[in-house]
Design a protein around this ligand. Structure first.
Ligand SMILES: [Zn+2]
Length: 163
């Protein structure tokens, strides 16, 4: 049997010990075929009718091995799955990141609204203070006009940190 022809590994299991066989190994009268010793996948039978069937079988085996080599796509497939996981992981990360930013924006808006409220309160307090000062000045003028004492005891005590 001519096994010198280079045979590609088995397309199903990757076995590299691929040989041509004969269905009647004792007298070689049967059909020739190529079979994987590991998983049993095989070519069809070819008979020696003038032509040497072995190069044709080898060509048939190698064409199948190239076209349907499942183990050859195993690695790119694994890489594709790894990339899919990576994309999913980074998407999860960004979903969390986006959520955090939305929450931060919401908090900042709430703080801004509270500051605006406090500013409005402060402005109305300033208005009250100025009205008080004006009333005190008027009272002071009236007391002076009737010759009474000052208004110092009526003035707010300034603690220095409240204004
Ligand atoms: Zn195989």
């Amino acid at each position: 049997m001519n096994n010198a022809i280079n045979m590609l590994p088995c397309p199903m299991c990757g076995c590299t010990s691929i040989n041509v066989k004969n269905e009647q190994p004792t007298d070689n009268s049967g059909g020739y075929f190529i079979e994987c010793p590991d998983c049993g996948i095989s070519t069809s039978l070819r008979y020696a009718c003038g032509d040497d069937p072995i190069p044709l079988l080898a060509e048939q085996w190698n064409r199948r091995a190239t076209a349907q080599c499942l183990h050859q796509i195993a690695e790119p497939q694994a890489e594709a799955m790894r990339l899919a996981d990576e994309c999913e992981e980074s998407a999860t990360h960004w979903v969390h990141e986006i959520d955090t930013r939305f929450k931060a924006a919401k908090m900042l808006r709430a703080q801004h609204a509270r500051i605006a409220e406090l500013e409005a309160d402060n402005a109305s307090l300033r208005g009250i203070n100025s009205a008080q000062d004006k009333a005190l000045a008027e009272l002071e003028g009236q007391l002076e006009a009737i010759g009474a004492g000052g208004v110092e005891s009526l003035r707010k005590r300034d603690c220095g940190g409240c204004r």
